[in-house]
Design a protein around this ligand. Structure first.
Ligand SMILES: [Zn+2]
Length: 300
């Protein structure tokens, strides 16, 4: 998990990264969140900073308005009243939200989608989810919006963490790309950037795995683009940092599926893997200044 002290201009002044003890149960995860945030607050206060609020964002299904972590396959919780719980322990007002939706909010406020009113933010890392900005608002769908990673792209494909098979995430996440390349070749790579490098170097196995991921992403993104006509699609997460080997191929694949619709600009995220932290801070800041909305992500 990542934590940061963020100033009102969206600048990160201190960072913290600790492993998530996801195998040790829900209580261990919560205690690690509390320790991480408390340490950051103490670091800021030691430097004379005023820390008026905190923002905590988590993956999975999140009820932003009520502060409930509804479900996370990775972290193992169901219907956990996390905002109330954290607020009782941290001693500052706590804002609470969804990691990807707030990451999209941060890119819209301070990053690649600044000044844009209609945008799709798609971080591709261990998992895949999306945030959608329509008319300047982040769409929440009662906490269910954005689960593109679990759209089935290969019926009867590989098993997915969600219980389904052949989800986009099981073909095109950074983790899936590494796994599929390793299964195919017997070469065990550490991260998807190595597969991307092999694509550039002309490795045909890497190219096949990469193309499968690109086509799956395009199959899922193209209908979103046709429906929402975003001005921009921002690709983030670890894989987003691959640059044109990803973006160029994905742009081509999406455009091949959109003969007459508005074609969005397809760009790399600017806040990278820290977008969620900056977004969490925006929620915290809005809680402090009283500008938060029930939708959790107003950017106008
Ligand atoms: Zn799935």
């Amino acid at each position: 998990m990542k934590g940061a002290l963020v100033n009102a201009a969206g600048g990160i002044v201190a960072r913290s990264e600790v492993p998530t003890p996801s195998g040790e149960g829900v209580d261990a995860v919560i205690e690690t969140v509390i320790r991480t945030v408390s340490d950051l607050i103490a670091r800021g206060q030691n430097e004379g900073l005023d820390i008026p609020a905190a923002g905590v964002v988590v993956p999975g299904i999140v009820d932003d308005a009520n502060g409930i972590a509804v479900f996370s396959a990775n972290l193992g919780w169901r219907n956990l009243p996390l905002r109330t719980l954290l607020q009782s322990r941290l001693g500052v007002p706590v804002a609470f939200g969804h990691d990807v939706r707030t990451g999209g909010l941060a890119e819209a406020r301070f990053g690649a989608a600044r000044g844009v009113r209609d945008a799709v933010f798609l971080p591709i890392g261990t998992g895949i989810a999306a945030a959608t900005l329509v008319g300047g608002d982040v769409v929440t769908g009662d906490g269910y919006a954005g689960e593109l990673g679990h759209v089935v792209v290969e019926p009867d494909g590989d098993p997915c963490r969600c219980g389904g098979r052949g989800c986009l995430e099981s073909v095109a996440s950074a983790r899936a790309i590494v796994r599929r390349y390793s299964e195919r070749t017997g070469h065990h790579l550490v991260d998807a950037a190595q597969v991307a490098q092999r694509v550039v170097d002309g490795d045909p196995d890497a190219r096949d795995v990469w193309d499968d991921a690109i086509h799956a992403l395009a199959d899922v993104l193209a209908p979103c683009v046709a429906l929402l006509a975003p001005e921009i699609v921002v690709i983030g997460g670890g894989l987003g940092a691959s640059g044109e080997v990803l973006l160029g191929a994905l742009r081509h694949a999406i455009e091949a599926r959109l003969p007459c619709q508005r074609r969005p600009r397809l760009v790399q995220a600017q806040l990278g893997i820290w977008a969620g932290c900056v977004g969490a801070a925006i929620l915290g800041w809005e809680t402090h200044t009283g500008t938060a909305t029930a939708r959790g992500g107003h950017v106008r």
